[in-house]
Design a protein around this ligand. Structure first.
Ligand code: GCB
Length: 607
């Protein structure tokens, strides 16, 4: 099976990388006519020759860039194109690849009018060898069709319907999940080169024994040179660039293990004075005669993960998670990758003393995963399945595919400490047991080194999926959705529910969501829903329950919903979006942030 986009495009002495980010041309199909452009072959020439184009930034969601509601709320297909130059120097003896970090939800890509690659499921990378479509030493054209429609067999699910509107029919996209269905070319577009025979994948796992670290590596190559004529030379460098380990395999054997003496393990933030310590694994693919063929470097954090019926340990030490559910979301850019935002968010995570977040409710950018490795922020890595219902085979296949692509992409990240296979699936429904048994086992086959969880919202007594998980995560909005405004109905309910989960499944338990919508600057005393006072009081009642639960030994973490305010579909329960952020959408603290900061640092100091 083809390894889809397994390696992030890093440059090396055998690889060049070029970025196609910038302003592209953009046009949307007419409403209700998503196949128009394909039928009329818009990809055969510049889009500007068939339609009036507007400028559109890449990476970004297209929704909030213009002032046109028809673009913000568009359902169906949109088109992008641009030209780029390919130098003569790329002509010989190499492959040229095209790689997208993410296009939501489905993408078709043409190069100079020829089909180059297709991909379904947002938030995941895809790539293709486009050498044969290119004109070297000349200008080339790339055309992208992007479809945002969600139906019952997409991940996540949605529904499309028609409704009457003034002068015609409207296409309505509905979905039950609570974040705006932003669409477009969300992450960077890269062109990169590799030699004809190249490193296709590198898989790294690590282990520790006293002061020795172990790096297990497995390299996959692809290309014309037969495996018998290939070997790999591995070099491990420490953070300062000193060589601390090396090894050359026998021909045709592209795997092995290296020992690192006096190892510096990868630790989460506040568990070590130097959290996020990374080595570099340098992979040299060589001919049997030692001739250099391809080079790729992977950052490697050396750490172990272990889990029992009551605990989760990193490097043998129990971990208590102080975290957040988050979103990739900000004004104007929507879900578009933005380095300024990314850096600000990590600064805030560290300011508040957090050691973890869940990538609710889809995979986040590869750039953010690299950041988390370096900062020692742990990640519960979630696939894009949210609010799943009406379980069926087509959905199951796609759900598995999303996990296969996710594990493939993120397997080498030290920051990833758990896979989350779903958020709030309807696990009380018929078939949920076999469906999630299948998804969990499939994920475990892909990676046995990390535990599996899912964020569940049905009451524990009705749940049919938890027995397939290693760690139970539950979402509950005491004082908000249940017993709204009743601060006196939070602590005991929460303690009882957590105990219920542990009793039913005998697994470690964490709370993956709790919170209250809060309008920044709204003050009401005594505290009242939507006010900053209410958010603070509601958090304090949760803290009381968490402190009781922590004494049990099996309660392993608390995750606020949400890190920051974010945009949702238009509804009467959301004023300008979901306001459960501890930070505003522009990343400034609400008053609860200071309260949470005291708690997260106090707990962080205990370890
Ligand atoms: C949930 C969902 C999350 C929502 C949140 C809310 O349970 O998992 O996506 O945003 O509740 O605020 O309603």
């Amino acid at each position: 099976t083809r390894v889809e986009g397994a390696l992030y495009p890093h440059e090396s002495e055998t690889r060049e990388v070029r970025n196609l980010d910038g302003i592209w041309n953009f046009v949307k199909s007419d409403e209700g006519n998503p196949t128009q452009g394909v039928r009329e072959q818009w990809y055969k020439d510049d889009l500007s020759k068939v339609k009036t184009v507007i400028p559109m930034p890449v990476p970004a969601s297209y929704n909030d860039i213009t002032t046109d509601p028809e673009i913000r709320d568009h359902v169906g297909t949109v088109w992008y194109d641009r030209t780029f130059f390919v130098p003569n120097s790329w002509r010989d003896n190499q492959r040229v690849w095209l790689r997208f970090g993410s296009v939501h939800y489905e993408a078709f890509v043409w190069i100079n009018g020829e089909t180059a690659v297709k991909h379904e499921i947002g938030h995941l990378p895809f790539e293709a060898d486009i050498t044969k479509f290119l004109k070297f030493g000349e200008q080339n054209r790339i055309t992208v069709l992007c479809d945002n429609a969600l139906i019952q067999t997409t991940i996540p699910q949605g529904k499309i319907s028609e409704a009457q509107r003034d002068k015609g029919i409207a296409i309505i996209q509905s979905y039950t999940f609570d974040f705006f269905n932003y669409a477009g070319i969300h992450r960077s577009v890269h062109l990169f080169t590799t030699p004809k025979t190249y490193i296709e994948d590198v898989k790294i796992t690590t282990d520790l024994k006293e002061s020795t670290g172990f790096i297990f590596y497995e390299v996959t190559s692809n290309g014309d040179i037969p495996l018998e004529e290939l070997r790999v030379r591995i070099q491990i460098k420490d953070k300062r660039g000193n060589l601390v380990g090396k090894q050359t395999t026998k021909a045709s054997e592209l795997k092995g293990v290296l020992n690192i003496e006096n190892v510096k393990p990868w630790w989460p933030y506040l568990m070590d004075p130097e959290p996020g310590y990374l080595y570099t694994t340098e992979v040299y693919l060589e001919g049997a005669n030692g001739k250099l063929i391809d080079v790729y470097r992977v950052k490697t954090g050396i750490r172990t993960l272990t889990w029992t019926e009551s605990s989760f340990l990193i490097n043998g030490k129990p971990v208590y998670f102080r975290g957040f559910g988050r979103h990739e979301d900000s004004d104007i850019r929507g879900k578009g990758l933005d380095y300024a935002l990314l850096t600000r968010d990590f600064n805030l995570l560290k300011w508040i003393g957090s050691n973890v977040y869940r990538t609710s409710h889809y995979p986040y950018s590869e750039e953010s995963m690299q950041f988390a490795d370096e900062q020692g922020i742990m990640i519960i890595d979630e696939c894009p399945s949210v609010d799943t219902e009406n379980f069926n085979q087509a959905l199951l296949d796609k759900h598995k595919s999303s996990l296969q692509q996710l594990v493939n992409r993120d397997k080498n990240h030290a920051c990833v400490v758990m896979w989350s296979i779903a958020n709030e699936p309807r696990t009380n429904q018929y078939n949920a047991d076999t469906y999630f048994g299948s998804v969990a086992n499939y994920t475990r086959d892909l990676d046995k080194t990390r535990p599996i969880t899912a964020a569940i919202a049905v009451p524990s007594k009705d749940d049919k999926a938890g027995r397939h998980l290693d760690i139970i995560s539950f979402n509950r909005y005491n004082g908000w959705y249940s017993n709204t405004g009743r601060l006196d109905m939070i602590t005991d309910h929460l303690v009882e529910e957590a105990i219920g989960w542990h009793k039913k499944y005998n697994r470690p338990v964490l709370m993956s969501e709790y919170g209250a919508d809060t309008v920044e600057g709204l003050h009401i005393l005594p505290s009242y829903v939507w006010s900053e006072e209410f958010q603070e009081n509601l958090f304090a009642k949760h803290f009381k329950a968490f402190d009781t639960l922590r004494k049990t030994g099996w309660f392993i973490g608390e995750f606020v919903w949400n890190f920051a305010d974010f945009k949702t579909a238009q509804t009467i329960t959301r004023v300008g979006g979901n306001k459960k952020g501890v930070f505003t959408r522009s990343r400034q603290p609400k008053s609860v942030a200071h309260l949470l900061r005291k708690r997260y640092f106090a707990i962080g100091k205990e370890v």
